[in-house]
Design a binder for this molecule. Structure first.
Ligand code: ISE
Length: 334
């Protein structure tokens, strides 16, 4: 079966997914496109022979669409995710599921009413081979219980339109999801520490910043977010456990040696660093849709990450630690 996909909001991320689906991913085809910019929808659709829809609502309702990918900007997600759930169609939504925890709650409610898991949130690190190997070691129990975790999320640069809260809602949200996923438990509280600011780039940003998270069982986690480091897309993670540690190693396949020493290249953006993860993520989603199953992170994961982000954004201005306010997890998601 070929899953007929409707793509909403094909910006950089959406176009990269389309390219993957067209070239390396099996059993899926993007047959429909909509965008708030009709010119963009037209251009993208023409390139792949897809149909253009004037609105996302019409695309979701179309009989020609089996499943929906939402790659538009965060504030537009809620309405389209709800429409897809009500149409009974599987939906892959890029992060954030929705910008606020209360909008995510509406999604949880609608999905439970629909009676089956339809929503997958695009937390691609869960599909990265090195993170998967790290999690397998943590889960094996061979090095004991995790006690401390260090996460580093560095970008070479961000555009000026990157607002003050985006270090948390757009960038740190990945680390928040990864920490929950690695530990298999929720984050209970968050504090934000503000180091000396870089002189590079924008005065409206606290850059870098450090989230100090505490998990439900008391694991201490620091997440460094530095989005104008001027040199690389640099992702690091280390888990310190009772009788050993495990961390991601360098991601490059080759090392070069010459007159100035030994070196390897660094990745410069998320598509380069997580290219393989994106392919696995989208392939697993399409294959699961074809089987009538669910895969990847759930609406609950999108909601829990939003709750931690809400607390972290508060902690940017209020003294921490701020408690993370979560509803009890419905059995539907356990
Ligand atoms: C972007 O949206 C991502 O998801 C990247 O992984 C992250 O590094 C970047 O800061 C975000 O803007």
């Amino acid at each position: 079966m070929t899953v007929r996909i409707g793509m909403i909001g094909p910006g950089g991320m959406g176009r990269a997914h389309i390219e993957r689906i067209r070239t390396v991913i099996a059993s899926g085809e993007v047959v429909a496109v909509s965008d708030i910019d009709p010119g963009n929808a037209q251009r993208v659709a023409e390139g792949i022979g897809a149909k253009v829809f004037a609105s996302s609502a019409e695309l979701i309702a179309s009989d020609a669409v089996d499943a929906v990918m939402i790659c538009s900007y965060g504030p537009a997600h809620r309405d389209d995710v709800l429409a897809a759930i009500r149409a009974g169609k599987p939906v892959f939504c890029e992060k954030p599921l929705a910008p606020t925890a209360s909008e995510c709650l509406e999604i949880l409610q609608a999905e439970q009413e629909a009676g089956r898991r339809l929503v997958t949130v695009g937390f691609m690190r869960r599909f990265d081979p090195s993170y998967r190997q790290l999690k397998a070691i943590v889960d094996s129990g061979e090095i004991g219980e995790p006690l401390i975790m260090h996460s580093r999320h560095r970008n070479p640069t961000v555009p000026e339109r990157y607002t003050w809260d985006m270090a948390i809602n757009d960038t740190g949200i990945h680390d928040i999801d990864t920490m929950r996923w690695l530990l298999g438990e929720e984050i209970a509280s968050v504090r934000v520490d503000k180091p000396k600011r870089t002189r590079h780039r924008f005065p409206h940003l606290q850059d870098p910043l450090v989230l100090i998270l505490s998990s439900a069982s008391g694991v201490w986690i620091d997440v460094e977010i530095f989005v104008n480091n001027q040199h690389a897309y640099d992702i690091q993670c280390e888990v310190v456990s009772e009788s050993g540690t495990v961390r991601l190693s360098d991601q490059q396949l080759v090392e070069r040696t010459g007159a100035i020493g030994r070196s390897h290249l660094l990745t410069m953006d998320h598509n380069e660093r997580f290219g393989a993860a994106f392919v696995t993520e989208v392939q697993e989603w399409i294959s699961a849709v074809a089987r009538g199953e669910h895969t990847g992170s759930t609406s609950w994961d999108g909601y829990a990450a939003a709750c931690v982000c809400d607390a972290a954004v508060r902690a940017l201005t209020d003294d921490g630690p701020i408690a993370v306010d979560l509803i009890e997890q419905p059995a539907f998601y356990s």
